[in-house]
Design a protein around this ligand. Structure first.
Ligand code: G6P
Length: 368
């Protein structure tokens, strides 16, 4: 069937707005409200025997994998190795066949680097799990454990809804492995299921910031460089925010671990470099805020993306603030993805670039 943009000016915007629906649709396959359990397709191997996870992907899918690494460590206490596919394939990664799960994440299921990495991991005796948005793809066919993200066809070259749906699948996978490893009590699992079920409405609340993001966009357009900072799972979100901006607005942007800024990028800070700080209130908040204040002390213009408590505590003196709902760590990345997607989108629209088909980029890269 032909897919059209509906009332939206670009596929990218349509796909950003579809997220509450497609995340809900994805979660329906992985969460059972009847008994408050997460549930995966049954693999032909024992999840509780997994001792180490190797996560490999490219681009935006890689950042979803990076979020999953933090989650696996925190919730399942599993050691995780993570790499981009093009490096993973040609370094000499050490994978024990015993208890080794290799996890590949891909919207298309056809990215050549990721597919080559998958075949390499299989040859090294790993069980193969695949999070993929195209269920008929090569990667889907080669999986031992196929975990579809039900985002529907994604047309915009810059990935948006596939990313948040990948995160939904990964959250369920982590919870499942945590349960299999005896790291999750039924009460904790119930709590996670409840929070996951709230993700679509939290994403909706994030979309309600669209006008605020649109109002902010003209202040970012003149920048030559933009920095994105975050800690914990907000670090991959910072990387994703910078990637989105680069891809579609052609403004140079870097994502950095907030604590690492003092080891380099702080030298770039002046009033011409906007700094997007992703910092929900929580255990890492104070530390990120102190990094943010180092930026402000050097004249840097900060956009703070946080919740109401975070903004009340640290929003003063910022160029702009964006308030998101307070959410569980297993859904926060899905919610915080929305304003960074929208910011890239509105900046690109003002700059007049080809938002859905940015120069030099392809939707699916089938060459190494
Ligand atoms: C291309 C696309 C990106 C995407 C990456 C990985 O570079 O432009 O948006 O994140 O490939 O694609 P995959 O289909 O493997 O997720």
């Amino acid at each position: 069937a032909m897919i059209d943009k509906g009332n939206h000016r670009h596929f990218m915007l349509k796909e950003i707005y579809e997220q509450p629906v497609v995340v809900a649709q994805t979660l329906r396959s992985y969460v059972r409200r009847i008994d408050d359990q997460v549930s995966l397709p049954i693999p032909d191997f024992d999840l509780s025997a997994i001792r180490r996870v190797t996560i490999v992907a490219c681009g935006t899918s890689f950042y979803a994998g990076m979020v999953a690494k933090y989650w696996f460590e925190q919730f399942a206490r599993m050691p995780v190795d993570l790499d981009v596919a093009s490096e993973f394939r040609y370094r000499a990664p050490v994978m024990e066949p015993e208890g080794g799960l290799a996890l590949f994440i891909s919207q298309s299921g056809e990215t050549a680097d990721t597919l080559a990495a998958l075949r390499h991991a299989r040859a090294e005796g790993q069980k193969i799990a695949v999070v993929v948005n195209v269920p008929t793809s090569s990667m889907a066919r080669e999986a031992d454990l196929l975990l579809p993200s039900h985002a529907g066809p994604e047309i915009g070259v810059a990935s948006t809804k596939a990313f948040t749906c990948q995160l939904a699948v990964l959250a369920a996978l982590v919870a499942n492995v945590a349960r299999a490893k005896g790291r999750l009590t039924p009460e904790e699992e119930k709590d996670i299921v409840r929070h996951l079920s709230e993700a679509p409405s939290a994403i909706n609340q994030a979309l309600a910031q669209d006008e605020a993001v649109q109002a902010l966009a003209p202040l970012i357009v003149p920048a030559r460089d933009v920095l994105y900072l975050g800690r914990g799972t907000d670090y991959p979100l910072a990387l994703e925010g910078a990637l989105k901006l680069k891809e579609i607005s052609y403004i140079h942007a870097e994502g950095y671990a907030a604590g690492e800024m003092k080891h380099g990028p702080i030298a770039l800070i002046d009033e011409a470099v906007p700094v997007i700080v992703i910092a929900p209130s929580g255990p890492l908040f104070e530390k990120t805020v102190s990094n943010m204040q180092e930026v402000q002390a050097r004249g840097g213009k900060v956009v703070l993306i946080s919740d109401e408590d975070g903004i009340a505590a640290a929003g003063e003196g910022c160029l702009a603030t964006l308030a998101l709902p307070k959410v569980h760590p297993l859904i926060a990345p899905m919610v915080y993805a929305v304003p960074v997607q929208l910011l890239a989108y509105h900046v690109a629209v003002i700059k007049g670039t080809d938002v859905d088909q940015p120069r030099n980029l392809a939707k699916s890269v089938t060459v190494e």
